[in-house]
Design a protein around this ligand. Structure first.
Ligand code: HEM
Length: 293
């Protein structure tokens, strides 16, 4: 077998990329595919959650049966505090907008090809986020949450962070500081996903641990943890995403990131399906046909 003279030459000197960078490109692609999958799965799940809110809370209200909101949580609809009903109602409406629109804003192709759409939807998105936060905060001030002080603090901080992230995403975009704008928009997106994750995490906990630590009226130790856990870890993941797109990860970290995203996507898909089979599917149907249930 004849050996080519080039076999002994360093690949870099033959004008080929070194083997390590080919591996790096593959690993980086795995990471990007993982992020894309998680992005798509979360969006679909968010749309299902939005459908539940619009059909159940919107449908029952339009049918003059707003008191049925209390089937979800006691005290959501109390005629004695009409302003609290308005506040939580505004937060429902804007929550639906956030769940539907958020992912669209991250589609790079649309941002580049139709910047006016990105700007228009962006204004609607940050206004909705601010209103969802303010509506939730007003409800807490007017009525308090079902879980008492710890839940008030957890949800109160959530509302404040939502307003702050929305404001900073907007201010940086207006000033043309797009790197900071993107970072704050990712944080805001991570927060809006949190309100959906809250339900997912409870569902998963009941599945794997039988709901240990949950108490009547959200007063168990697990409820106290969950008052913060549905959004603080998301912000950590958001920081990871912000940094991983700025600097190229090592091949090993890229593969790890891809595997983590794949696992998270599977988890999201499974729990969403369980929720549809459980409360959401039934409530969507009863909201659309309120008199039939
Ligand atoms: C994407 C954004 C949001 C969505 C989609 C959303 C959705 C919901 C839904 C559907 C409920 C009724 C309970 C249920 O059926 O599970 C609820 C309750 C509530 N939400 Fe939100 N929410 C969002 C953001 C916020 C924010 C930013 C706050 C901040 C303060 C907040 C505070 C509350 C409070 C205080 C309640 C009532 C809890 C209780 O009565 O104990 N939400 N939310």
């Amino acid at each position: 077998m004849t050996r080519n003279r080039n076999d002994r030459i360093d690949p870099a000197h033959r004008g080929e990329p070194p083997a390590a960078s080919a591996d790096g490109a593959t690993a980086h692609a795995v990471s990007r595919w993982g992020s894309g999958l998680l992005f798509a799965t979360s969006w679909i799940s968010g749309v299902v959650f939005a459908a539940y809110i619009a059909a159940f809370f919107g449908g029952t209200l339009l049918a003059g049966a707003g008191e049925r909101w209390n089937e979800s949580l006691p005290g959501l609809h109390d005629p004695a505090t009409p302003m609290a009903i308005v506040a939580i109602g505004v937060h429902f409406l804007t929550g639906v907008v956030l769940l539907l629109l958020g992912p669209i804003q991250f589609i790079g192709h649309l941002q580049r090809r139709v910047p006016a759409l990105h700007r228009g939807l962006g204004r609607l998105y940050v206004a909705s986020a601010a209103l969802a936060g303010i509506g939730g905060l007003f409800f807490i001030a007017a009525r308090g949450t079902v879980g008492g002080a710890v839940m008030d603090i957890g949800f109160g901080l959530y509302g404040i962070l939502m307003v702050v992230c929305a404001a900073l995403a907007f201010v940086h975009a207006r000033a043309g500081r797009f790197s900071q704008h993107r970072a704050w928009a990712i944080r805001l997106f991570a927060l809006t996903i949190g309100s959906w994750l809250y339900r997912m995490e409870y569902g998963a906990w009941f599945l794997v641990a039988g709901g240990v630590g949950t108490g009547r009226g959200f007063t168990g130790w697990f409820d106290a943890v969950m008052a913060f856990f549905f959004y603080l870890p998301n912000l950590v993941v958001a920081e990871w995403v912000i940094r991983s797109t700025r600097s190229r990860l090592t091949p090993l970290a890229s593969i790890g990131s891809g595997a983590l995203m794949l696992f998270a996507s599977s988890f999201v898909a499974l729990v969403t399906w369980l929720f549809i089979q459980g409360a959401w599917g039934r409530r969507i149907a009863s909201g659309l046909l309120p008199m039939s249930s």
